[in-house]
Write a protein that binds this ligand. Structure first.
Ligand code: DC
Length: 216
């Protein structure tokens, strides 16, 4: 009997999750789901419609109404392509704030489980191995030292490294200390520090783990 496989990749901002998860999914022929993009799309909608990020009741309503779709590496919110708009630092910060709302997390979790119900998937985020798929066959906690993470994000965004480092530290603190599904390593997750490793080395380490965990 075939059973779908979930590869859960969690970790802080700038650890390299997206690049590696996308490529691993492609090599395995699995679906790739960037759950951070879902929180970002919701946050963008809240910013556009003037919903206060402390208004958890309204945020949950938005999360239940939002139609967030992935198509060929692009992200759509209610039918509009928001792939570029969700990548600003402002939206990243708003996403981290909206992600503290329990109702938002419940809506996102249901949607994430629905998407991966019938297909093998590589899903990356903050709570995939701990809360969304606690029984995932493969769990990885991807990390890198904070200086390295900030440098990578600064190169990606073109923003000054010190500003990126400050924003990242705030966001990591918020993501790790919130009450609802905080960022943490699942006890059965493999810890992988990507500082000083090439993308290929990280991918190989993950693929090896997938082979080990799914071979029988
Ligand atoms: O991975 P990212 O930087 O695109 O995520 C944006 C924010 O969304 C992040 O600061 C925390 C939140 N998030 C979350 O709480 N849970 C997830 N599974 C994914 C992202």
């Amino acid at each position: 009997m075939s059973k779908s496989v979930i590869v859960a990749i969690d970790g802080p901002a700038g650890a390299g999750k997206s690049t590696v998860a996308r490529s691993v999914a492609q090599r395995l022929g699995y679906l790739y789901i960037d759950t951070g993009a879902m929180y970002r799309a919701l946050a963008l909608w809240a910013l556009q419609t003037g919903v206060d990020l402390d208004d958890f009741h309204r945020l949950e309503q938005l999360a239940r109404q939002a139609r967030i779709e992935f198509q060929a590496e692009r992200v759509f919110l209610n039918g509009s392509d928001v792939t570029t708009d969700i990548r600003t630092p402002q939206v990243g910060e708003a996403a981290s704030k909206a992600a503290a709302c329990g109702g938002v997390r419940r809506a996102m979790r249901e949607e994430q489980r629905r998407i991966a119900a019938e297909q093998s998937a590589v899903m990356e985020g903050r709570d995939i191995g701990t809360v969304v798929f606690p029984d995932a066959q493969v769990k990885i906690y991807l990390d890198a030292d904070p200086g390295e993470r900030a440098r990578r994000r600064a190169v990606e965004t073109g923003l000054p490294a010190d500003q990126v480092a400050r924003d990242m530290a705030d966001r990591d603190h918020r993501d790790r200390t919130r009450t609802e599904a905080p960022l943490s390593q699942a006890p059965d997750a493999e810890y992988l520090d990507t500082s000083g490793l090439s993308r290929e080395q990280v991918e190989e380490a993950i693929l090896k783990l997938v082979r080990q965990r799914t071979s029988n």
